[in-house]
Design a protein. Sequence first.
Length: 248
Amino acid sequence: MARDLSGNTGDYLTHADASALRVAFPISIGFWWKGTGHSNFTYILSKVLLAGDHPSYGFSFNASGELRFIIGWGTNPNDLTSTTGASGSGGVYDGGWHYVTGTYDGTTIWHYVDGSAMDSEPETRAIAYAALPLFLGTFDGSILGAAGTVAELSIWNAALSTDDITSLVKGFAPTLVRPDKLVEYWPIVGTYSPEIDKVGAMDLTTNGTVLASEHTRMYYQTSSGARRNTTAVSVGSTKSQQLMPFFS
């Protein structure tokens, strides 16, 4: 399951500011995304830093339609560093599922789509935070809503390697990739409100209309490392913690 983000600014998922959401670098953020278009400067994800301007971390589309990963290091306008490069030709809104990742290790910000590096930018400054919420599907709940379908949102307090990201692209659940560094994991199953955080207890509440969306198949990882088909299971079960979505 997943959630359809309408692009309407009143339709989103959110959590109030909390220390668990203020991840210092290193940091990595990943999620599955399916879109059929974009609007300039709209946000898929935002941990708001400066109201009306930029986030502590987030993903948005720029004026050229490129999806960018943003790190905010100050509370003045333009106190941010962003990557660019993932456009329609890069697959982020071609109507198919794609795994999007952003990492920051304290020296470089990287942005990947399906395991391929889109862009990198040098940066050494610490991420700045404010007492403002995390939003999925809008910048701050009132402006710049992105349209598309999202699943498996995760945050690590580590800079994932290319091998780690490749595993996620292949369908491994975030609980199986650097689990010791996984601080937030929202499967976003689409039928629960709030959407449960399996690791950090930062459950996302829904606002407006954020419809459930089906995946074609689900896989989980067995203890021996083999894959096999499975049906959807309860988000609270042990097996659900090892679910791996397969997107066609």
